[in-house]
Write a protein that binds this ligand. Structure first.
Ligand SMILES: [Zn+2]
Length: 251
């Protein structure tokens, strides 16, 4: 292993000689920081610093908000080739919009320098934060409903453009079609979730819960997501009505 200080980069990275450099599925460079270990290939050495900064600069805010910390350094893998990304995620026929996901105890993202269709550089950088939030939420409750889990990840990471969220929600308000919590509880079916505009709506659902009830209640709600009355002192139906009022006022 060599320590290399790449031009324009403040991070020292190591080269892993044992990996096959011709195989696009293999990542041969590594950087270790306080909380993360990032694996990538040479063409991403210009953007890995942005990914690391995004993760480290948001680490304390998010771990405080969720009251969860990492027990050991978390692995992030960056794939500049979309096929390699899907391969690493174990997805066949994956939708092209996928920017990242979780592997076994690690985060897998596209390269910010080669964003999937519909995304830009910053969306992909912040996807690393989005997946990190999933790791922490899953530590609280591995069975968190899809809308709540995605909503927290999207809200904390800001990985989608605000204009996209605002446009979707204001259209939904004008045509009276706002999905319910149950509609967006799609389990592992993230294509249906996407088709229902789940990323945009779940962001605003979690934003509403944080603004109306605070992070302490949010954390308790993640632990017991069916106990609307017990945790939030409100029925599921009334929470939905309060949520609609919230987006009417704010979107
Ligand atoms: Zn997600």
């Amino acid at each position: 292993m060599n320590a290399i200080n790449y031009e324009g980069n403040k991070y020292l990275f190591e080269e892993l000689k044992e990996l096959d450099e011709k195989d696009e599925n293999k990542l041969n460079l590594r950087v270790k920081t306080e909380h993360f270990i990032v694996y990538f290939r040479e063409n991403d050495s210009k953007c890995m610093g942005k990914v690391i900064d995004a993760l480290e600069n948001n680490y304390s805010r998010i771990t405080i908000n969720l009251d969860q910390k990492l027990q050991s350094k978390l692995i992030i893998e960056i794939y500049s080739n979309i096929k390699s990304l899907h391969h690493a995620l174990g997805l066949q026929d994956a939708p092209t919009w996928i920017r990242g996901g979780l592997g076994a105890g690690k985060i897998i993202i596209a390269s910010p320098l080669n964003p999937p269709p519909g995304s830009n550089f910053d969306n992909v950088v912040n996807t690393a934060i989005h997946e990190f939030v999933h790791i922490l939420v899953n530590k609280i409750n591995n069975n968190t409903p899809r809308w709540l889990n995605e909503g927290i990840a999207c809200y904390e990471a800001k990985d989608n453009n605000e204009s996209w969220i605002r446009q979707t929600v204001s259209e939904g308000l004008s045509n009276g079609k706002i999905p319910t919590f149950k509609d967006l509880d799609t389990g592992e079916d993230f294509e249906t979730f996407f088709a229902l505009n789940g990323y945009q709506y779940s962001y605003t659902m979690v934003e509403a819960i944080i603004n109306l009830f605070g992070y302490d209640k949010l954390r308790r709600f993640v632990r017991s997501p069916n106990k609307f009355d017990e945790v939030l002192n409100i029925s599921k139906t009334n929470l939905y009505m309060k949520y609609i009022d919230y987006i009417r006022e704010n979107y």
